[in-house]
Write a protein that binds this ligand. Structure first.
Ligand SMILES: NC(=O)c1ccc[n+]([C@@H]2O[C@H](COP(=O)([O-])OP(=O)(O)OC[C@H]3O[C@@H](n4cnc5c(N)ncnc54)[C@H](O)[C@@H]3O)[C@@H](O)[C@H]2O)c1
Length: 343
């Protein structure tokens, strides 16, 4: 388990590919964009499986197709899977690695901003099932995560927003100065300014890695990574994963959850306005009526982190600090979601 920032992933891969005992898993968009480089690394071998792009394919059918190619290529217990893509490829192919022959090694090569700063670190693998997100999965840590920031150049703007949401989260949960640094550099991040992006990505990975390292199986400290996720997941589910990507829903979740923290007087107005001032420019806020908010709250009640039937929230408690709360009244949740965030 570890990560490495690399200048040229295609050269780096030569160190890892020694024989035929591997498969690459990638998605259609990534393959189309990087076909020449991938084909050169494969050097005529057909050890590759390409899934269609998108969350909807993080499913049992694609998992089963990966098992089939692993068997067809006679990959043994010393074999490896290279997961080249965003969080969907990483979660799905990582789960194939976790379960094939009771677990083989895999290497994460994240190609989205979100996967570079978040999903490729931490060993959570899994698939969605019958509309339930990440309901089947396991902890299986990659041999390593190789991060080449040049992948960011081909990312659409929406995917930059998704990664940015998780980056801002790291500032809010752990490091206020980092948050202020991001606030100052939002435009440069969208412009994919390579004078600052690699440092921001490495700092984000460091924060996640340090937290995960102390709580690998998500039994305590790691829960702070869920800021924005209680409401964020409910929004993803409400829109059936079609309207908001994960990172965008987390941005909305962080706005609403910061509002709850402000209502509960956990943070002062100045800090609250700083948070909202950064987040409210990134994603268009949906308008929910009271009936729809009740549906959102029902989704929140199904959250994996809940205890004794109470919805759990990670809420900001100060600049760069958060804590876990189980005592949030539904009225506060409703008020937070109904609030107009234009300041
Ligand atoms: N395991 C974890 O700890 C963890 C943490 C956060 C999120 N996740 C999961 O990650 C997934 C979201 O990941 P994501 O945001 O990377 O989504 P994704 O994998 O769907 O990628 C987003 C889009 O970007 C495209 N793409 C990928 N790399 C590209 C590149 N370099 N240039 C152009 N296009 C590119 C993909 O084809 C896709 O269309 C969700 O399933 C979420 O549940 C997992």
């Amino acid at each position: 388990m570890g990560f490495k920032m690399v200048d040229n992933i295609w050269k780096e891969l030569n160190q890892y590919i020694i024989n035929d005992d591997f498969i690459f898993v990638t998605d259609r968009n990534v393959y189309n964009l990087y076909k020449d480089e991938i084909d050169e690394v494969l050097n005529g071998r057909e050890n590759i499986y390409i899934i269609p792009s998108g969350e909807i394919n993080k499913n049992l059918e694609e998992l089963s197709s990966i098992y089939k190619i692993l068997i067809k290529k006679n990959i043994d217990r010393n074999g490896k899977i290279f997961c080249l893509g965003g969080g969907v490829v990483g979660d799905l192919a990582g789960f194939a690695a976790a379960t094939y022959k009771r677990g083989i090694e895999y290497i994460q090569i994240p190609t989205t901003l979100l996967s570079q700063v978040d999903s490729s670190i931490g060993g959570k693998t899994g698939i969605d099932f019958e509309g339930h997100k990440n309901i089947i999965g396991s902890f299986h840590f990659p041999l390593t995560t190789l991060i080449d920031t040049s992948f960011i150049h081909t990312l659409p703007e929406k995917e930059i927003t998704c990664g940015l949401g998780e980056i801002i989260k790291y500032g809010l949960i752990e490091d206020y100065n980092f948050f202020k640094n991001i606030e100052k550099n939002i435009k440069k991040i969208y412009n994919r300014d390579m004078r600052i992006l690699p440092t921001i990505i490495e700092k984000s990975v460091d924060i996640k890695f340090t937290i995960v390292d102390k709580d690998k199986l998500d039994l305590g400290l790691r829960q702070k990574l869920n800021l924005g996720h209680t409401i964020g997941h409910s929004i993803e589910s409400f829109f059936k994963y079609e309207k908001y990507n994960h990172g965008e829903a987390v941005i909305l979740g962080m706005m609403y959850e910061s509002n709850i923290a402000y209502q509960k007087k956990l943070i002062d107005k100045e800090y609250y306005n700083e948070i909202i001032g950064v987040l409210n420019t990134l994603v268009e806020q949906p308008i929910f009526n009271s009936f729809e908010i009740k549906i959102l709250i029902e989704y929140m009640k199904n959250d994996k982190k809940n205890r004794d039937g109470k919805i759990s929230f990670i809420l900001p408690t100060g600049r760069g600090t958060v804590d876990l709360f189980y005592d949030v009244e539904e009225k506060l949740i409703e008020e937070a979601i109904l609030n107009d965030y234009k300041i």
